[in-house]
Design a protein around this ligand. Structure first.
Ligand code: AMX
Length: 466
């Protein structure tokens, strides 16, 4: 089978033709109107961004090229080492292939793509040096954005652009940069974890690395390995059994595949696309996306949920390992709401139903007795998803009383030993590369221009609305 780049080349003419046709025939047609409320209110609902790989339906949640999460779980290839294993999860690199091309890769194509990513995974020495020089008190997301933007040192696109290349050729260099960047994210994530939290362990074990790259393994396996959290290929800092090691790698696969793309308007995706429109290379563009993901209203929400759940457990059952009664939980939720705070992990700007990504994360836990039966924090998450919607509905403020994506993911990573809540968003940062960077390649294939919306002052807004 063809590799990813050749597959992409074979579909470009058709997609380009469709794009140009719509642009030519409909450019002066209206697809919505703009209210003052939208202009002053975060541009909600304004249909003003082009994004191909996913669409968010307010009731059904995200669809990738029109397929639901359940469908993607059925047809996207898994690790070559776990074919036929019911608990194994499809690979984020399968998802990237699918997002970029709209085609389902064969097992062989994904095997080769995983291998290519592993072969390009190593960080250049200067990037390691930069990461090693950062204070361990620097937020992990700041470290991540520094490392990613530093890689612009090696951008093939930036170099070629400086020499002078035809606009029609931009995308090829952007493509190569994107693959290189995605390939290096596991090593970046590992180095940040190690430098920020695990220097003592390394010292005590007299070694300089938590884990190694394994070139025969997939991208998520290598994330887990660089975190020191596989049974083989790493220090196995949490003493995982074979099953736990496998389950953790599958959690990384599921989390990364599902959080990769969520339309174009969320802050990290929009920021990547906007900065890329200035022809900043993929490293600079995605480092801007990472900086947006680092905001508490965006990627940082997962860490809030974990704090909320662990505090609630502490307050309601102390050191106990049995859930309290539903009444006790309901009472606790009301005490939060009555003190003017929000229930973290509930509500959404666009979605009006339970987030299917939450459902997938919940099912991951429910399928594993060690989590479903023995992890009280997970049991709190599960119970809350049954009880909180009623409370929030009665409270009557939120437009969506259901769990959102952040409701379950953090506590699963917590279960496997990532207790450093500030770190969760770095794994989100590995995942989120998939959506925005696939669109960035298409932005350059289709020759989208620099973005430059018109801004207006209040007097003009008042005048125009008369
Ligand atoms: N608990 C209590 N009140 C809530 C609530 C919640 N979980 N979610 C919304 N509300 C309240 C709002 O604060 C607002 O109150 P106000 O009128 O007094 O200001 C009212 O309900 C209406 O809000 P909304 O239109 O339903 O939501 P929004 O689009 O303004 O905000 C969101 C969406 C996610 C920020 C909000 O639901 C929230 O704060 N949730 C808790 C934090 C959270 O889980 N964030 C993660 C979101 C997922 C993500 O993007 N990563």
């Amino acid at each position: 089978g063809k590799d990813l780049k050749s597959t992409l080349i074979s579909i470009i003419p058709e997609r380009k033709e469709a794009f140009l046709k719509v642009k030519k025939e409909y450019s002066d047609k209206t697809i919505g109107e703009l209210t003052v409320g939208q202009c002053l209110g975060g541009m909600r609902g304004t249909k003003s961004l082009y994004w191909e790989s996913s669409v968010l339906d307010p009731n059904e949640g995200i669809r990738f090229h029109n397929k639901t999460i359940d469908e993607c779980q059925e047809f996207l290839p898994k690790s070559k080492h776990e074919i036929g294993d019911k608990l194994s999860i499809f690979l984020p690199e399968s998802m990237f292939w699918y997002l970029l091309t709209g085609q389902v890769p064969t097992q062989e194509q994904v095997n080769a793509f995983s291998k290519e990513l592993a072969e390009k995974a190593e960080l250049p020495a200067y990037c390691e040096k930069i990461l090693d020089s950062l204070p361990s008190t620097l937020h992990p997301m700041t470290q991540m954005s520094i490392a990613i933007s530093a890689l612009n040192h090696d951008s093939l696109f930036a170099k070629a652009y400086e020499k002078g290349i035809a606009k029609a050729d931009y995308w090829e260099y952007v493509f190569d940069d994107v693959i290189n960047l995605i390939a290096k994210l596991p090593a970046i994530a590992g180095k940040i974890y190690q430098n920020t939290y695990k220097t003592d362990i390394l010292k005590s074990k007299n070694t300089s690395e938590l884990g190694q790259l394994n070139k025969d393994q997939d991208w998520s396996y290598n994330i887990a390995s660089f975190l020191g959290m596989t049974e083989k290929d790493s220090l196995n800092i949490n003493n995982f059994s074979t099953t736990e090691s496998k389950d953790f790698v599958n959690l990384v696969r599921l989390y990364c595949a599902l959080h990769g793309d969520h339309e174009g308007g969320n802050v990290s995706s929009h920021a990547t696309h906007l900065v890329g429109s200035a022809l900043s290379d993929p490293y600079l563009s995605y480092s801007a996306g990472i900086q947006g993901l680092a905001g508490p209203l965006h990627g940082l929400a997962a860490q809030e949920v974990v704090r909320f759940i662990t505090t609630m457990k502490e307050k309601l059952v102390g050191n106990g390992d049995k859930l309290p009664s539903d009444e006790k939980i309901v009472e606790y939720l009301w005490s939060i709401l009555n003190s003017g705070r929000v229930i973290p992990g509930y509500g959404h700007a666009v979605l009006r139903k339970p987030d299917p990504r939450f459902k997938a994360m919940l099912e991951f836990g429910l399928a594993r007795p060690s989590i479903a039966e023995n992890d009280i924090f997970f049991q709190f998450v599960h119970k809350l998803s049954q009880v909180a919607p009623g409370v929030l509905t009665e409270h009557g403020k939120t437009k969506n009383p259901y769990p959102n994506v952040d409701s379950g993911s953090g506590i699963l990573f917590y279960h496997y030993g990532i207790k450093e809540t500030l770190y969760f968003t770095v794994i989100f940062g590995c995942s989120r590369a998939l959506g925005p960077l696939n669109q960035l390649i298409w932005d350059r294939i289709l020759g989208l221009p620099i973005e430059r919306p018109k801004s207006i002052d209040l007097a003009t807004i008042a005048k125009l609305s008369k």
